[in-house]
Design a binder for this molecule. Structure first.
Ligand SMILES: *Cc1c(COP(=O)(O)O)cnc(C)c1O
Length: 461
């Protein structure tokens, strides 16, 4: 039984894990590989080398159980890592629950979210390979901010396509990216073929993450000194994020606590995978005994709970390899909900595979419900959460309320993967009663996904 008064569990810098955990080593069956859209064959290193450095390509396909974190990366991590694990005593008290709620707080990073955990190694490996500039997309602005910061650490240029809707609505994110040294364009832009095509058909297009990816990939593919960086979805991104779960395991061991339920929000799946994979390793090793692991996604962009598990493109223009994932169709444009980081049509192939294999659960939630949990959390714990992790908080709160009825002393863990200081207009809208909820009629959604998938090149073989 842990010390009831303890609020934070901290690790010293020299206790920080020095390896990332690669779940590909331990999966009962491997996930289906990415395919080349032209040949239908699994993509090889050469197909990816126009966009990524060899070290990251090797990590993408590695089946080594652990990968050492380079010393240069550990040095930058130490600016904010190890991150604190908190026990939410005041939230528990407000709920009157016997459950114990823990949150691993990633808002202490330079960008205010978990994304620098992968931005820093991605910039490092690209700089090591002699690359001059990285391009990327950003939705809510979190990833662009993280990559701009990371590029500044390794003397790389950084060029970012920010989804138009968020470029207009979140001027502070743009200023932050520029402060870290990044160059920011609204997407669609007139700088790329993909952007010009969209502007020609809709000059007022609000853009989407899928389109911004097309723009950033197009520019990187044309210049050998320029590479592209993706902030979620891919195996190497989830790998880098496992530092979150490795630290959490050490912190919980310090106080002798054993977790019953892990809930995390999923956009592309990186903070969720980062927190949960090390716990899943322990669970697989224990023959399945261990915490229930549940992903929480927005009801307006429900790739896991209502999407189709199929090969699809990662972007609108179809420039990426085909990924087997839970998808809403690569041209799906989700409602402009405030949790911008969760508005992606697909889901990481690794997370999709785990879901398909029944190793994790998933649920979807509407945004008003989530903001209610976010406000309760802010008033009790003193941190305004980013809109994305309020999805997981809403699930944690619901579970803790269930424990009031059953008297169960359930131990719940979540990743508070970012703070919401630059998302305050979303809280304003919630507090004024201006938020609307959107859910999808299942038939309507299935039809739109099926339509998008018929527009794919037919996969030979
Ligand atoms: C980007 C982002 C997300 C969604 O991305 P994942 O890869 O699913 O983690 C969630 N929360 C925050 C704070 C983000 O910045």
């Amino acid at each position: 039984m842990p010390d009831a008064l303890r609020h934070k569990v901290l690790l010293d810098e020299d206790e920080m894990p020095t390896r990332w955990y690669n779940i590909l080593h331990d999966l009962p069956t491997p996930p289906p590989p990415p395919l080349h859209p032209g040949t239908g064959q699994p993509v090889g290193p050469d197909d990816l080398s126009a966009l990524f450095p060899m070290d990251l390509i090797a990590q993408e396909v590695s089946t080594e159980q652990y990968i050492d974190i380079p010393a240069e990366v550990l040095d930058v991590y130490k600016l904010w890592r190890p991150s604190p694990l908190f026990r939410a005593h005041r939230l528990e008290k407000a709920l009157g629950t016997p459950a114990r709620i823990y949150y691993k707080y990633e808002g202490v990073s330079p960008a205010g979210s978990h994304k620098p955990n992968t931005a820093v190694p991605q910039a490092y490996y690209n700089a090591k390979a002699g690359i001059r500039k990285l391009t990327t997309e950003t939705g809510a602005g979190q990833w662009g901010t993280s990559l701009a910061f990371a590029c500044a650490q390794f003397d790389l240029e950084c060029e970012i396509w920010q989804v138009r809707a968020s470029y207009d609505a979140k001027p502070y994110r743009k200023i932050m990216m520029e402060t870290f040294g990044g160059t920011v364009h609204p997407s669609p832009s007139d700088l790329t073929e993909a952007g010009r095509a969209m502007l020609a058909s809709d000059p007022d297009s609000p853009g989407s993450l899928g389109l911004a990816i097309s723009e950033a990939v197009e520019v990187a593919a044309q210049d050998p000194t320029v590479n592209y960086a993706l902030g979620s979805v891919l195996n190497h991104v989830l790998l880098h994020q496992t530092i979150i779960g490795e630290e959490a395991l050490l912190q919980l061991a310090k106080i002798g606590e054993v977790v019953d339920l892990i809930v995390g929000c999923t956009g592309g799946g990186s903070n969720f995978g980062g927190l949960t994979f090390p716990f899943l390793r322990e669970k697989l090793a224990a023959g399945g005994a261990g915490p229930v692991i549940r992903a929480v996604e927005p009801a307006s962009c429900p790739s896991l709970t209502q999407g189709t598990y199929a090969y699809d493109f990662g972007d609108v223009a179809g420039l990426t390899p085909l990924l087997k994932m839970h998808t809403l169709g690569h041209d799906f444009i989700p409602d402009p909900i405030h949790a911008g980081g969760l508005r992606y049509h697909g889901m990481s192939p690794l997370i999709s595979h785990l879901y398909d294999q029944g190793l994790i659960e998933a649920e979807a939630r509407t945004q008003k419900d989530c903001f209610a949990a976010g406000v309760l959390f802010a008033r009790t714990e003193g941190i305004v959460p980013a809109p994305e992790p309020t999805h997981a908080l809403a699930a944690a709160v619901e579970e803790a309320i269930r424990c009031v009825e059953t008297g169960e002393e359930k131990v719940i863990l979540t990743a508070l993967c970012g703070h919401g200081h630059l998302d305050l207009p979303a809280y304003d809208a919630y507090l004024r009663g201006d938020l609307v909820d959107h859910t999808w009629d299942d038939d309507e959604l299935q039809e739109s996904v099926a339509r998008a998938l018929t527009r794919l090149p037919s996969i030979p073989g």
